[in-house]
Design a protein around this ligand. Structure first.
Ligand SMILES: Nc1ncnc2c1ncn2[C@@H]1O[C@H](COP(=O)(O)OP(=O)(O)OP(=O)(O)O)[C@@H](O)[C@H]1O
Ligand code: SF4
Ligand SMILES: [Mg+2]
Length: 382
């Protein structure tokens, strides 16, 4: 278990994926890691025990195409939020690269201010090389929608002030009138009309759905390119979830956004996403387009997840009845050796010949079929 893994040169990695994916690759996370150190007791320090870590995100690789809605699904604690935040540098990564195709004016500005310190190649910048203090020009392009519409809006500010704040921080909209115009336009975009009425309300005067519309407006007011939507509807009443999802899709079409959509709900993922990545305990175990993940899942964990979906298609549940899931998800601070799913994997009972391999070596994520990636020894020759 090493904190700093030796990675191939950036040029090599970027070239390989550009060749494979083409020019419409907006973002590439390569062996991305986020480990949180666990505080050691005095006894551990005195005994010089090595530091321990919560391996929340443990070397994941995936790409997102421009205009795509890419989903991360998985059980609670598997590392979805940490992935989203690390990608857009709300958390500093422990290792790996994040190549992002930035707007030409942003690249130019960063090139001028940071020179050789930052990795830029063609249209791409490695976000992990940008010092945290110099990240501001990129922040406009990389936004996040949080899960909790109650906790993420300051109750003491009017909606107008909440939406104006990012404009002020980024020096957008020269005069107060111009900023107000932008705020009203953002409110209209998220269908909070009449906008001039909503602008002067406080968050507590809005319903949960209306607040989440404000959260969405705050994310899009800066004209971003890439938005991480972290469980944006899971705290909302079921009756208004579809409305918010529709709104997000409409804004995506209108402004050419690309989403990383985080959810634990496979039915929502299938409804809204182009491709789905399934996470388990800090790794990605399978990636494919949404229909393939639901109709033809390969990984035993994905099959178990689908078997557990109560709705909307009971026939799928029946199909995967042979693959229930055993036990609880282990802690990210005590990851099992080998394939980290092995203590819960029923496929091992059917394939006992794989046991020694599965319990000792972690399978790589490989492209098993075109655009269908899986990390499981069942699909790899050793
Ligand atoms: N700041 C932190 N310090 C220490 N551990 C953390 C921190 N943030 C997250 N973790 C741990 O990292 C792991 C992944 O957490 P994360 O919040 O990314 O999971 P998640 O998939 O988003 O879960 P949920 O579905 O519950 O939101 C968990 O074990 C969590 O306890
Ligand atoms: S690698 Fe082995 S233990 Fe892991 S999911 Fe595949 S069959 Fe199960
Ligand atoms: Mg989360």
């Amino acid at each position: 278990m090493s904190l700093q893994e030796k990675l191939p040169p950036r040029d090599e990695v970027l070239r390989e994926f550009q060749k494979k994916i083409g020019g419409n690759m907006l973002l590439l996370a390569y062996k991305l890691k986020k480990w949180f150190p666990i505080r050691r007791s005095i006894k551990e320090v005195l005994l010089r025990k090595p530091p321990r870590y919560v391996r929340a995100v443990d070397g994941i690789t995936f790409y997102i195409r421009e205009g795509e809605t890419f989903c991360l699904v998985g059980e609670s604690g598997c590392g979805k939020t940490t992935t989203g935040r690390t990608l857009i540098r709300l958390l500093d990564p422990t290792g790996g690269y994040v190549f992002y195709k930035a707007r030409p004016e942003t690249l130019k500005l960063l090139k001028e201010t940071l020179g050789e310190k930052v990795y830029i190649s063609g249209d791409y910048i490695d976000l992990t090389t940008v010092p945290a203090k110099k990240f501001k020009p990129l922040r406009k392009e990389l936004q996040i929608i949080f899960q909790d519409p109650y906790g993420s809006l300051n109750p003491r500010f009017k909606i107008k002030d909440i939406l104006e704040e990012p404009l002020l921080v980024h020096g957008i909209g020269g005069s107060a009138e111009e900023r107000e115009k932008r705020v009203l336009k953002a409110l209209e975009d998220v269908k909070l009309t009449p906008a001039d009425e909503f602008a002067y309300r406080y968050p507590h005067m809005l319903s949960g759905g209306q607040r989440q519309r404000v959260v969405v407006a705050r994310a899009v007011i800066l004209n971003p390119r890439f938005v991480v939507a972290d469980e944006p509807v899971s705290m909302l009443d079921v009756s208004i979830r579809a409305e918010i999802l529709e709104l997000m899709m409409e804004l995506k079409r209108r402004y050419g956004l690309t989403y990383l959509f985080i959810t634990h709900d496979l039915a929502v993922a299938r409804y809204i996403c182009d491709r789905i990545a399934v996470m388990y305990l800090g790794t990605i175990v399978e990636i494919a387009d949404s229909d393939t993940i639901v109709e033809n899942p390969l990984h035993p964990y994905t099959r178990a997840l689908i078997a557990a979906v109560p709705e909307p298609d009971p026939s799928l549940r029946h199909r995967f009845k042979d693959v229930p899931i055993k036990g609880e998800i282990p802690s990210a601070a005590a990851i099992p050796p080998g394939c980290r799913f092995h203590p819960r994997c029923v496929a091992l009972d059917q394939h006992p010949e794989l046991r020694s391999l599965c319990t000792s070596e972690q399978p790589e994520l490989i492209e098993y079929e075109k655009d269908h990636w899986v990390a499981c020894w069942l699909y790899q020759k050793k």
